[in-house]
Design a protein around this ligand. Structure first.
Ligand code: FES
Ligand SMILES: [Fe+2]
Length: 335
């Protein structure tokens, strides 16, 4: 979630099936399992009476935010014998780039920077929004890199009104030198073509005179999508909440601050936000919750999806196979 949306009140999230309560205490963020071990009340609604601690709203069990230890039980007196015998799980948490990152894994947590694109760490003016959505996070990330759908599903979006939309293209997936992105590279792009039975498609739009630059699209573990426009960069993060829901973090970054940053905020509020992270992205979400696979029958442009799947199988943390470099694996899979 965005740092700015966590205030004194606790918030609850579900991450990889774990219910987690988030608190801000004297500027630091803490993440703790969202369940009081006494009688199962969510700790996100706990009272905040004592610094560094939360007090369960039901019977006043009071936990240390950093360790999760039950240190005081208000309604059982200062000598309560249960103190020190109960602990709630806490999670590593960090704030970077104006966002809160929680690690729900069992392994020792990697430095959060390792999993963040350098363009985002570099900072600047960062805008965006987060929402919990119905659907599986894998479908969301595969849709993000899906080469064919942009040309058809999004053809009539407001966001693409002034962009030239290709009829079809051939693409390959290629590692990027800068980070662990797999970049989608168009090899052949046809803006219109003549099809059997159909004839010419699509009809040219009269205002398609000026050539719009197409964004650079890439995908990376864990759940990142890159949409690099000319002057700003879009990131999307698909975070598994549970098996049927995910969080979509939609982020826009301009490297500058100051007046240019202010103008970018305005542009985001009036244009990029409502059209790209709004209507355009809602078309994707509308589809993601309708996907029913397996089975599936893939076609040529889906090389974007299969290359990503191969990459995940080899490089996801905990993947059992030895990890070749992205370049080696693209050769292996014949992409
Ligand atoms: S349920 Fe939390 S103190 Fe009783
Ligand atoms: Fe899309």
């Amino acid at each position: 979630m965005f740092s700015r949306s966590l205030g004194k009140q606790g918030a609850s999230i579900t991450l990889c099936g774990e219910e987690i309560a988030l608190f801000r205490d004297r500027r630091r963020v803490y993440a703790i399992n969202d369940r009081c071990p006494h009688r199962g009340i969510p700790l996100a609604v706990a009272r905040r009476e004592f610094p560094g601690m939360i007090t369960c709203i039901y019977h006043g069990w009071t936990f240390d935010l950093a360790t999760g230890n039950l240190d005081v039980v208000l309604t059982d007196g200062p000598d309560s014998p249960i103190c020190g015998k109960v602990q709630v799980r806490t999670y590593p948490v960090a704030e970077r780039a104006g966002l809160i990152w929680v690690y729900p894994g069992d392994e020792p947590p990697p430095p959060v920077e390792q999993d963040m694109p350098p363009q985002l760490i570099a900072g600047g003016t960062i805008v965006g929004k987060v929402s919990r959505r119905r659907g599986n996070w894998r479908y969301a990330s595969e849709n993000g890199i899906d080469d064919g759908h942009g040309k058809f599903l999004h053809r009539h979006s407001l966001w693409t009104t002034f962009r030239m939309m290709a009829a079809w293209s051939k693409a390959r997936m290629e590692p990027d030198g800068e980070w662990r992105w797999l970049i989608r590279v168009g090899e052949r792009v046809e803006m219109a073509d003549t099809y059997p039975r159909i004839g010419r498609w699509p009809a040219k739009r009269p205002w398609w005179k000026f050539k719009s630059k197409r964004p650079r699209i890439g995908i990376a573990l864990p759940g990142w999508l890159l949409v690099k426009e000319t002057d700003w960069t879009g990131f999307e993060v698909y975070v598994p909440s549970d098996a049927d829901n995910y969080y979509a973090m939609l982020i826009g970054v301009l490297p500058d601050t100051g007046l240019r940053g202010l103008l970018f905020r305005l542009r985001y509020k009036l244009y990029i936000g409502p059209l790209f992270h709004g209507q355009f992205n809602e078309e994707d979400q509308w589809i993601i919750q309708k996907i029913r696979i397996p089975p599936e029958r893939l076609y040529r442009p889906d090389v974007s999806i299969t290359a990503w799947r191969t990459h995940c199988e080899k490089h996801a943390r905990g993947a059992t196979t030895a990890a070749p470099s992205p370049a080696e694996e693209l050769v292996e899979s014949g992409v």
